[in-house]
Structures are given as C-alpha cells and as structure tokens.
Design a binder for this molecule. Structure first.
Ligand code: NAD
Length: 320
C-alpha cells in the first residue's frame, strides 16, 4: 500500500514527503520539475520507501501508463495533490498555465483515482480562491466566492471537481486552503525574491509596490502538522479548512526590513507605487482559522516569527 504525492519535488511536496516517510509510509512522488527540483528531494530519493517519477501529470495518457505500472506493484490508497502552478503572476500573463498546471492536474488526478479505485484525496487549495473581500474575515462558509486571479479561479474549480467526485467515487476528501506558506526549500515567494535581489545588490533592495500589502504567513512545518491533524480529526466527508497563522499578518515593509537586517544590514529599501505587487494580488485579508481552532489545532508561531525563521533558513539555502 502506498501514498501518491503530486508535486513531490516542490517546496511543500518535499516537506510533506519527508514527513510521510518519517511516519513509515511508502510514498510515490511525481513531478514534472517545471518549478520543483531534484535537488529538493535528493536526500529523500535515498530512502527505499520513496520512488520518484518525473512526469507531466497534465498529460493523462502518460500519467495513466505510469499508474498502471506502479499500482500493480504497490497499490495506491490515497493521494496528496500538491502539483500546481505556484507562480500567480505567470498565470495572469498566460491563463493557459493555470488551466494546465492548476486545473488539468486536478482533473487528471481525479480521473486516475476513479480508474484505480483510490478513495481519499488531500488537496492543496489556497486563500486565493476568496478573491479580494477587503476587511471581511475569510471563513470557510463565506460567499459568493469570486477569485481575482486565474490561479484562484482554477483552485476553486478544482475544489468543485473534488466535491463532485466525493459525491460519486471518493469516500473522503480534504481541501486545505492555505495562505502564504514559507520555509525551505524555497522555490518562490517574496522572501526568496528579496534575498536574491540583495545577493545581486547588497546596498539596495527594490520592493514591488509600496510595501503596505499585509498577509498572514505560515511556516511549512506548521502547515504539515495542521494538515495531518485535520486528516486525523475531521469526520466531514468533504473537509474544507483554512489553515493559517491566525493573526493579522505582517506587511511587506516589515518583511523587507527583517530580510535586510538578516541578509544585508544597512541596505537601503526602495518602494514602488500602489498597494498591489501584481494584478490579481490581494493586498490585505483577514483569514479566519476559527474552524481549525475549534477542531483543536492552533499555530505556535505568529506571522512575524514564521517570517524571521524562514528568512534565516532561506539565507542558508541560497548560500550553499
Ligand atoms: N506556497 C504557498 O504559499 C502556497 C499557498 C497556497 C497554496 N499552495 C499550493 O500548495 C501546492 C504546493 O505549492 P508549493 O509552494 O510547494 O509550490 P511549488 O511550485 O514549489 O510546488 C508545486 C510543484 O508542482 C509541480 N508541477 C506543476 N505542474 C505540474 C505538472 N503539470 N505535472 C507535474 N508536476 C507539476 C512543480 O514542478 C512543483 O514542483 C500547490 O498546489 C500550491 O498551489 C501553496
């Protein structure tokens, strides 16, 4: 019996695979390495309980052929679907990217699950599905939900597909909506971007937007812990949970200051205009994790602590 993880060589996938392996699970990882990297999973590949396959899962035929081979050896009992386009601005430039990597990967994963009788899915959804609701707290029951990015739209469409599949051929589904997740191996995101910019120019940091964008940040260790907790504790057939740090978040300005403090003390910070980093960016949102707290899980780190920890980890990652 084994667990399939899509997007296994990405940032969250790598951390998830490591955790599942440490719990003694047999894990099959797939990733086309468009954003993830073999370097991320090098140490995991050495584990005999982990098999990795480079494959584009938006190609159903290729995906199916691989699953026939794997399922004959170690039948798959559940799927963690983490593969998606994680570059929101890229998906706004070219909406096909999110159709292919965020939506079709979900469509195909569900097709495979139906064909091979795999009954349980855990899905990496996002706070991006909520769109820009200003100061209204984002709870799981809020609506109408109107995303403002193609990425958010394709995540919401994926949730809808999973809900329909759970009515038909799945026994349980877990939809985890998380905001900004940080830590290592960092593949994208504001902290990695700042650290790379400072590596090129240690005396000045150019920030996209005026720095007032404010978001909640969750460390990846806490994310994995929360997802596994929900899987153990939630009895809903379709379990939809916001996972976050539960605070008001911190501003890009504060992230820039902390990055400069740790990576290049004394560097000047230069801000741009406007409160959005890019079209489709949600400048500020209040993320409710009341449902998760009621279930019994609370984060240990607030956004500022998670950011400080991640910056120090990413600086180490980039200096290797
Ligand atoms: N990191 C965050 O802040 C965050 C927030 C909300 C939701 N999410 C979701 O969590 C999941 C993991 O995100 P991440 O931060 O680890 O991003 P990531 O880019 O590091 O990981 C995603 C992985 O999916 C792979 N992938 C993409 N398209 C594929 C395809 N067609 N076939 C096979 N593999 C493919 C990429 O190569 C990458 O390794 C994604 O679904 C993302 O949308 C992430």
């Amino acid at each position: 019996m084994s667990i399939l993880v899509t997007g296994a060589a990405g940032f969250i996938g790598t951390n998830l695979v490591r955790n599942l392996l440490s719990n003694g699970e047999i894990v099959i990882g797939v990733d086309n390495l468009c954003r993830g990297s073999i370097n991320n999973i090098e140490e995991l590949i050495a584990n005999p309980n982990f098999s990795f396959y480079k494959i584009d899962i938006s190609n159903l035929l290729e995906f199916k052929n691989l699953m026939v081979e794997i399922n004959a050896r170690t039948p798959i009992t559940e799927v963690w679907h983490m593969a998606a386009n994680s570059d929101i601005p890229a998906g706004i430039e070219d909406s096909f990217i999110d159709l292919r990597d965020t939506f079709m990967t979900t469509f195909n994963t569900l097709s495979i699950m139906k064909e091979f009788g795999i009954k349980v899915i855990s899905f990496a959804s996002s706070s991006a599905i909520y769109g820009d609701l200003g100061s209204i707290p984002l709870t799981e029951s809020i609506g109408p939900i109107l995303p403002i990015s193609n990425y958010g739209a394709m995540k919401l469409a994926s949730e809808a597909l999973i809900s329909a599949a759970t009515e038909s051929y799945l026994t349980k589904s877990y939809i985890f909506r998380f905001p900004n997740v940080i830590g290592v191996p960092a593949t994208h995101g504001v902290m990695l971007d700042f650290i790379k910019r400072l590596a090129q120019n240690s005396s000045s940091l150019q920030v996209l937007g005026n720095g007032t964008q404010q978001k909640g940040y969750l460390h990846v260790d806490e994310l994995i812990d929360a997802m596994l907790f929900i899987k153990n504790e939630s009895s809903e057939k379709v379990s939809v949970f916001n996972i976050g740090c539960g605070d008001q978040g911190i501003t890009v300005k504060d992230i820039a200051k902390e990055t400069v403090r740790q990576a290049s003390p004394g560097a000047e910070i230069v801000y741009g205009d406007g409160d959005k980093g890019w079209v489709g960016d949600v400048p500020k949102f209040i993320y409710s994790i009341d449902k998760l707290k009621k279930l019994g899980w609370s984060p240990k780190l607030n956004s500022a602590q998670a950011v400080a920890k991640a910056i120090s980890q990413i600086i180490k990652q980039e200096s290797k």
